[in-house]
Design a binder for this molecule. Sequence first.
Ligand code: KIV
Length: 260
Amino acid sequence: MTVPDFRAAKQAGRKLTVLTAYDHLWASILDESGVDALLVGDTLGMVVQGRESTLPVTLRDMLYHGEMVARAARRSLVIVDLPFMTYQLSPLQARRNAGRIIKETGAAAVKLESGATQAATIAALADIDIQVMAHIGMRPQSIRKYGRMSAIQRDREQLMADALAAEAAGAFSIVLELIPRSIAREITEALSIPTIGIGAGPDCDGQVLVTPDMLGMTAGFNPKYLKRYADIRAQTIAAAQAYITDVQSGEFPDAAHSHE
Ligand code: KIV
């Protein structure tokens, strides 16, 4: 999967699938599933590092996790998030840090939380052929402004202006997070680049979910948009408890698992 393939999917009317990945093991499993893109999201701050927001995530974290994921990906497009304060200072800062991500991880593209206000930054990256996925709607790096992660964004005119600005600046795709489905549909129809929704309804060109959420690994996170496709947390706890019982009772290791 390349960036041109990703763009072409919209023209072909084929829905795009994106899942987050943070390490080599999970990236290799998800790559094998046939998912179109692996997003090394700064959600790793919460789901991997156990923090309350994405704000503390560093460029070094993204380089570390991004490299592992890109090395595992045989087929999926790998996109790495630029974390908070690694691109907001200036287009030059964005070039320097996005350039490091592309050079040092092997990823195909970067994602940045961006609308009209970051259009110059998107253009600065696109001008040197760094592929940019934009991200509008609820932007987790602005959590202090919203006060909560579940703040649905409903300003139709602002959202449309953000989306058009990101496309005009050269983004190859755009994430629409937590916006009403009617606005997501209008944006999807207005843009020629693929829209990837999360909490944005069924009319986007594709969908992204946070993998530990959709696999049922994270506890206590139940937004309306989330569909769980497995219950890995409960299965892992049950497997670990069976192991504990076996070891404590002497059931394991048995003869079949021992060397003579
Ligand atoms: O960081 C992330 O994983 C994301 C997705 C939720 C779109 O931005």
